[in-house]
Design a protein around this ligand. Structure first.
Ligand code: PFF
Length: 465
């Protein structure tokens, strides 16, 4: 079963694939994919809820082990096969398990991108309001709940955000995805540093900084590990086909190990900055009240606008925050969309514009259900969840662990370590080869199992995440 040039397994010629121009473009595009809603609202509230500094420590350890293994694996498989996930799996076999493994990785982004664009639309609406100077309006009680139940307006902002994503996708990999990432990611860092510095220099912020950064062993619990692991998965854009696809767009000279380290650094730095913006600010605002900190998803849209309104320069800081939030959401949505379209291009052999039209239809169907699910369609629920929550649960809690598991099995049982190592070594020495093998074989399946079981237990109400 060992063969060394796996890509041309198809009888038809491989279509000309998009390409990143080099490592910088690739790293910024993957970082753009990784840094998203997950870093800016999910990370701070989970860190606040699950032990501050202790959560951070566990998160860092998991990212450098489990996260590292999955990023390297997916990227190497993408580059080796020059295919998006379905084709990559089929390169190694055509039987049902290979079909399932490939498609489950490929379908995840197709289901995520519509509801992600709905949230992107919320961000765009808030940004527009801050630009108009409506800082106090956004801080009013019930503003957010009234907004998301006003279906026509939510649908409008969802369609506008989606149109921006399509615009970039139509421009192609180098001209669109890479160019936007190269502009937006540095700007995002600047804005994040600005808001974080502003937040930590407020009087009373120190207590929040200490809670966030200093590990306290009394705060450790099993749930800290479960929450940190789920977050790491989400934040690094693992198990959603993205890294296969972006890996298929890089040259054999791009150092996979080094790029992985840089992406992890970037993603964690932004999550840390987001924590520095949010946790001390909430401490100042609420006097350290844990309930405010643990407000969860509503933190960004309800609590933060109230905090901005109570600070000096609220309109300015709010605008900077939502602009950064918008860049983060847009570059992640682009990667989800690019991956979906790449699968259609590979599997249906259609032109890029035609694949975009198909994706438009999926967006309209799934996205509109998600956007209207808190408004006119709020009576319709699936397992008691609104559409948006259901798609989020289905992808993150059920499909992604299965997708990640299928990648591990593919490498351990079919492709074999020597070929993955050979792929990584085409561009550089594989410095953490032994660790990679150990983690992939023993640690990754355990971690994936824990995520899967705990997510289901969470939905069944047996534990509370
Ligand atoms: N990693 C990105 C984020 O943290 O927002 C992108 C992403 C992750 C999108 C998980 C969707 C998702 F379910």
């Amino acid at each position: 079963m060992e063969h060394h040039s796996p890509a041309p397994h198809t009888d038809k010629p491989v279509r000309s694939r998009g390409r990143f121009s080099g490592r910088l473009g690739y790293v910024l595009a993957v970082a753009g994919s990784a840094v998203g809603l997950g870093n800016i609202w999910r990370f701070p509230y989970l860190a606040a809820k699950y032990g501050g500094g202790m959560f951070l420590l566990v998160y860092l350890i998991l990212m450098l082990t489990f996260g590292y293994v999955l990023i390297v694996s997916e990227t190497a498989l993408g580059r080796m096969t020059r295919k998006s996930p379905v084709g990559a799996f089929q390169t190694f076999g055509k039987s049902l398990p290979f079909q399932i493994g490939g498609w489950i990785n490929a379908v995840v982004p197709m289901l995520i991108v519509p509801y992600y664009c709905v949230i992107g639309g919320w961000v765009l609406k808030y940004l527009a309001e801050y630009l108009k100077g409506s800082c106090l309006l956004l801080a009013e009680d019930h503003y957010f709940t009234n907004f998301i139940s006003a279906s026509a307006s939510v649908e409008f902002w969802f369609l506008l955000f989606s149109a921006l994503v399509f615009f970039v996708i139509l421009a192609g990999v180098k001209q669109g995805v890479e160019r936007v990432s190269k502009i937006m990611m540095p700007l995002l860092v600047l804005l994040a540093v600005f808001v974080a510095v502003y937040a930590v220099t407020r009087p009373g912020a120190w207590e929040g900084i200490v809670y966030f950064l200093v590990p306290n062993f009394e705060d450790f619990s099993f749930m800290t590990v479960v929450a940190a692991m789920g977050q790491m998965f989400y934040s690094l854009s693992i198990a959603m086909g993205i890294l296969y696809t972006y890996g298929s767009y890089i040259g054999k000279d791009v150092d996979i190990e080094k790029s992985t380290g840089q992406v992890e650094f970037f993603d964690t730095a932004i999550a840390l900055l987001a924590g520095m913006m949010v946790i001390p600010a909430v401490f100042v605002f609420s006097g350290g009240d844990m309930e405010t900190l643990q407000a969860g998803p509503s933190l960004a849209f309800i609590t933060l606008p109230k905090i901005f309104a109570s600070m000096g320069m609220g309109t300015f800081v709010g605008t900077a925050f939502f602009l950064m939030f918008f860049f983060a959401a847009l570059t992640s949505a682009i990667s989800l969309m690019e991956t979906s379209i790449s699968t259609f291009e590979d599997e249906l052999k259609w032109s890029r514009p035609k694949c975009c039209i198909l994706m438009c239809l999926i967006m309209l169907l799934v996205g509109s259900a998600s956007s209207l699910g808190y408004g006119v369609w709020d009576s319709i629920t699936i397992f008691g969840m609104a559409f948006l929550d259901f798609f989020d649960f289905l992808t993150n809690s059920v499909m992604m662990p299965v997708a990640a598991f299928s990648t591990c099995i593919l490498i351990v049982r079919v492709v074999g370590f020597p070929r993955i190592c050979e792929e990584v070594e085409r561009s550089s020495a594989f410095r953490r080869k032994k660790l990679y093998q150990f983690f992939l074989k023993y640690l990754a399946p355990i971690c994936i199992g824990i995520i899967f079981v705990s997510s289901i237990a969470n939905v069944l109400g047996l534990i509370s995440l």
